[in-house]
Design a protein around this ligand. Sequence first.
Ligand SMILES: Nc1nc2c(ncn2[C@@H]2O[C@H](COP(=O)(O)OP(=O)(O)OP(=O)(O)O)[C@@H](O)[C@H]2O)c(=O)[nH]1
Length: 709
Amino acid sequence: MGSRRRSTLRVLGCALLITLQLAYIKMAAAENFVGAEIANIERLLDAERYADADSKALLLLEQAYQQQKIPADEFLSLGVLFLNTSRFEVSKVVFSAALERYTAKGALSKMALTLLHLATSERHLSNYDSSLAYVHRAMSIAQIERDDTLKARLNLELGTIQQQQGKIEIALEPLKQALGYFRDNNMPSEMSLSLLHIGDLYSTLNQTSLAHTYYRDALESIEKANDSRLLGIIKTRLGALLLKTSSPSQAIQSIESGLKHLDVTKDVGAIAEAKMLLGRAFVEQGDTSKGRKLLQEAMAFAQSSGQLKLMQEGRLALARAYMKEQSFELALAEARTGTIEARKHRDLRDQISFLSLQLNAFVSLGEFKKALDIQSVIQQLREALLDSENKSAIEGLQAEIEVIRQSHTLEKLEESKELALAQAEQEKLQTTLVWSISLAALLFTFLIWSRYKQRQQTIILRREVRQQTLTLQEKNEELQAAYRTLEEVSLRDPLTSLYNRHYLESQLPGEIRRSQFSSNQSTDTNKSKQDLLCLLIDIDHFKRINDDYGHIAGDKVLASFAQVLKHVFRLTDLIIRWGGEEFLVVCRQSNREELPELAERCREMVASTPFDIGLEKPINITCSIGFSLLPPDRKDDFEMAWERTFAVVDYALYAAKLSGRNGWVGVIETLNNNENKRTPIDHKFNFTGSRIATSFNNVASIKWPDNLD
Ligand SMILES: Nc1nc2c(ncn2[C@@H]2O[C@H](COP(=O)(O)OP(=O)(O)OP(=O)(O)O)[C@@H](O)[C@H]2O)c(=O)[nH]1
């Protein structure tokens, strides 16, 4: 008997071991699969088969979503691959997936790193607002984590964004902060990159000798680190500077030497930038056809990777080349397109450059009236630019004045300290003299001295207390920022940025109490805006969208759907992603009579909005809505009121779906005396009667769920 039990146990043990091993092998196989796919994608990128690499990466992402298993670290490194090959649209999508996963896991450091990469991708695509938003989110995490290296890297990115936005003076501050940190911590590559960007700023400001010094420093710092990519970039920037000081042949030499370094690295983005510069240099030297060829090559790359800034730079150079060749009409066409693009992106400097070109072309064509018109537009733009630069400069000056004021105060303090010391010395001499005369004088001097000492002690103590208070304040602010970040993470749905049901649960009891209190307080005349309204909205046949176009397209529809809801409802209404493709809206300070109008506005807006899912044509969708007054009948406690309301709107939504979708059904209010026949909803929720509204023919045509059984 005993031996049989032992052998049964052994068999069970073996089975468990095999199951565990199989699960492990399955997991390892999935990871190996992702790893192998990423290696394939890397090979495609190396072979410059970008379109194939893009679609393979998106497919991999889709599969990961379907299996609901996103290996965040692998996707982070995949994103970096795309970022380094200037495929910014794809890198954005891949980083977003990794960020979603890291956010769910609460991995703060990884979140911050991914946010930084997202900021870089958005910057290259000239989406500066999003880029800045990502940097600020990452910065608050770096603060919580006290990660100074990350802070410095974020400052470097921040300065680069501001530089590209044309905010030259403002950009200098974060770049110098980053440089200081990298220098103190002996990080040559990062230091060199910061020096390079500061050099760029001075070059934009036409302070060429300062720019040259920074570029030289950047070169010196990188030569030790032997980083070909940076070496190449710095040499091309030096070339750009030489071009400014009108030495095209020297510029060509420097850029070509830079290109040699870059060719080894296969950094296609940096190579395109260098080709752009080389093209400009050839145009400047007079070899316009060679220059134009290089410019067009670089512009094609800028277009394919969505880099507007680079595209505009190329367009400007191309227009100048046409001017040199006296092809004024062609130059005019390029300059016009450039002006329109620059206006679209509110880039004043670019607008002025392109308009100046148009001006020259019109003068050359003898069209002086047009030239004069353009001249006055340029003048206005220059004033606007001066205005915005003045504002930045004034801010900078104010900061400088504050620093000078502080240093003056310190100097004064120092002087008074020296005076005090001299006085003490004199007193000491006198004391010695007096001491030799009488003991009483000695005692008197001792008293003065001890009082002076006491005062010193008090000053030191006060300073320490002030310091401690400051540190405490800083800690308090950091803690509050950390709380705010954590609250954001747990109360928002990452896909649509709408609040989730946890948020509703935290807000609703207060709202219900407030509504009940104000409707008890108010007279009949001002009761009109005291109701709470509840609408449950569900996208029709959403599963088909996932099945037909894929999960990523489904996600895009959900995100755009949330935007439509924000248009339909007021800022003060609570819009919640209830789950999947279901959304719940609670309207405050409303009147129950508004319910049908609101539901119809929402239904109509959704049905008439085209939803872009990345295909050639947008798709159309519809939604169904169930609604009710909140609460529909008795003024119960919060739990009862909310449970009953949700059951009613859910039932009404189900009825809307059964009655044909793309419509709404709901309860405006319940009635104490009922003259009409009770509907299935009255029976279901024990209402004496109710006022029902619907978008379908009439109340009698509604197909109620219970009628089906
Ligand atoms: N893309 C995407 N799909 C989701 C998400 N959450 C839920 N879904 C899908 O939404 C679909 C909901 O399908 P159903 O509940 O059958 O409803 P439906 O197809 O909209 O049909 P009706 O509601 O009856 O009109 C399911 O296929 C879910 O997988 C999400 O966050 N993203």
